[in-house]
Design a protein around this ligand. Structure first.
Ligand code: FPP
Ligand code: MG
Ligand code: MG
Length: 374
């Protein structure tokens, strides 16, 4: 079908719905007390809304799963049904965004961050206490919006996504050196690819994949189609995205992402320590190093000692460069991307132009996630 080949910018395709969601979010997060009101609306203001990756994927998924209605029936009972089905996916996009921003507000407190989305973080502007409360407030507004959808399965899915965010964050805290020492967890278990991928699924993939599943369920799709929306598309986009992030941490610098090779970066030690091995002040070990540790078991001891000593940074990077760590991480990201694309291709046949264009756009986004350089 030639129409399915139509290429359009994924974000542009859903631009109208995106701005509708943005407007509605601003009114949904209005609070009674002025201090809470300005804290809660902070990341929904124009200029602080972020890349809108999640709402874009959700709106495209909704359109990719749309049941086509024949022209002749327009105005009839089916179009009333279509109208009823039109808004739940907008609600899911809004709920997902509120949960996401709530997690960012809490995350910036945990990480003691000072910037977010190109502006000062809320904890920096209004303090930790108000940031935590604003996060709780957004979660409660998300709950109200969820209840209004009147679907208990969907409530349960979104609650699971919140649980996963908290679990993933806790798993990440547990990997820091001090925590490893005190938790009694075996180093080999915590510094394993399995642990890392599980943590990554919880932290970055679960929210988008469960909300994609919610969109499918609310549109009245079968369990099978809902699973395609969840496991494959959503979670793979989340996982592939994070794995490429990990690669970019090593192959790019904050000043010029993408063009530097590992050896280029080695000239700038400070950058290495801050951006990669000592990410978020926690010494978080990501996929490339974990693969290098599999190849060179000697690296385990270096990682276990931590990176306070610059010599250990140097050693770790030596092993990484000798290893296939970066290559294997890219390969794994590609595998997840392929699975995401296969899931879209496995959706029930359709000859609706909008449906096909949206499916094409979802594939486009997945390809962009893999080829991006920043
Ligand atoms: C960003 O990670 C953080 C997350 C994706 C999730 C954080 C989750 C919590 C704080 C649990 C609480 C959740 C809710 C819903 C209130 P990062 O710090 O690695 O990346 P970034 O700061 O650079 O974006
Ligand atoms: Mg953070
Ligand atoms: Mg964090």
């Amino acid at each position: 079908d030639s129409r399915s080949q139509e290429h359009r910018d994924p974000f542009e395709l859903v631009a109208d719905d995106l701005s509708l969601v943005a407007d509605r979010l601003r009114s949904m997060v209005a609070a009674e007390v002025p201090k809470l009101a300005s804290a809660a609306e902070y990341f929904f203001k124009v200029g602080a809304e972020g890349k809108k990756f999640r709402p874009t994927v959700l709106l495209l998924m909704a359109s990719a799963l749309k049941f086509p209605l024949s022209e002749s029936r327009q105005g009839g009972v089916l179009s009333i049904l279509a109208d009823k089905l039109r808004t739940p996916h907008l609600n899911i996009a809004e709920i997902t965004e509120m949960i996401h921003v709530a997690s960012l507000l809490h995350d910036d407190v945990l990480d003691d961050a000072d910037t977010r989305r190109g502006v000062s973080s809320l904890n920096l502007v209004m303090g930790n206490k108000l940031s935590v409360l604003a996060g709780d407030f957004l979660l409660s507004r998300a709950c109200v919006a969820l209840a209004a959808l009147g679907n208990t399965e969907v409530v349960s899915l979104m609650a699971t996504a919140v649980e996963h965010l908290v679990t993933g964050e806790t798993m990440q805290i547990s990997t820091s050196r001090e925590q490893r020492r005190s938790s009694g967890m075996v180093f080999q278990n915590i510094c394993s690819m399995d642990y890392y991928l599980q943590k990554t699924y919880y932290k970055t993939a679960s929210l988008i994949s469960n909300s994609c599943k919610a969109v499918a369920i609310l549109a009245g799709h079968t369990a099978e189609v809902s699973m395609l929306a969840l496991t494959n598309s959503g979670s793979m986009q989340g996982l592939a995205f994070q794995l490429i992030d990990d690669v970019l941490d090593f192959t790019g610098t904050s000043a010029s992402l993408g063009k530097g090779s590992l050896s280029d970066i080695r000239h700038n030690r400070v950058e290495i320590i801050i951006v990669t091995l000592d990410k978020k002040d926690m010494g978080i070990i990501t996929a490339p190093i974990l693969y290098a540790m599999e190849e060179f078991p000697q690296l385990n001891e270096v990682v276990d000692q931590g990176f306070d000593n610059p010599a250990n940074v140097e050693l770790a990077l030596d092993y990484l460069q000798k290893s296939r760590g970066i290559e294997r991480t890219k390969e794994l990201a590609q595998e997840h991307a392929n699975r995401a694309i296969k899931a879209i291709e496995a959706l029930p046949d359709s000859d609706d132009e909008d449906v096909l264009t949206s499916r094409r756009a979802l594939i486009d986004i997945t390809e962009r996630v893999i080829t991006r350089t920043k």
